[in-house]
Design a protein around this ligand. Structure first.
Ligand SMILES: [Zn+2]
Length: 150
């Protein structure tokens, strides 16, 4: 059946979703409008479809927002645990390095210049660890404060 053969007397069920989506030609829209003026069944279907489409649109939007939020939370957790892992690793390495450093410094066989370089490297690492730790502690405090607020 071609579109020209469709008349106002025929139900327009298959055109209703296209009408809601705005995919119809002007001729098709007129056909649907005209038909819905006289046919309660199709008019009701059209209104139901419109309502449904609106609800789907709205819920898709809010679900997207929720997913985004959840993703952000997961990212934060992963980042935090990763940071703690790094801190433990670096802290352990620094402890070992510290023991070696003391042995080096106390040793008479190692040149004073070498000792100074090692102290500089160790001092740099310790400073880095301290600054990362300090930042982490501040972030944790902020997180706790947020929890209390909520
Ligand atoms: Zn109808």
């Amino acid at each position: 059946m071609s579109e020209h053969e469709k008349s106002v007397d025929q139900h327009v069920g298959e055109l209703l979703s296209g009408m809601v989506d705005g995919e119809l030609t002007q001729q098709q829209r007129q056909l649907v409008s005209l038909h819905c003026e006289t046919c309660d069944e199709c008019r009701e279907n059209l209104e139901n479809l419109r309502g449904l489409r609106q609800r789907i649109g709205n819920s898709q939007l809010s679900e997207l927002g929720e997913d985004q939020w959840r993703e952000n939370m997961n990212d934060k957790k992963v980042t935090t645990s990763r940071s703690i892992g790094w801190l433990m690793l670096v802290g352990g390495l620094l402890a070992i390095a510290g023991i070696f450093l003391i042995a080096f410094i106390l040793s008479d066989e190692i040149h004073i210049g070498m000792k100074l370089i090692l102290i500089a490297i160790y001092g740099g690492l310790a400073t880095l660890l301290y600054s990362v730790l300090r930042q982490r502690l501040i972030e944790q405090k902020t997180d706790k404060y947020k929890d209390v607020e909520i």
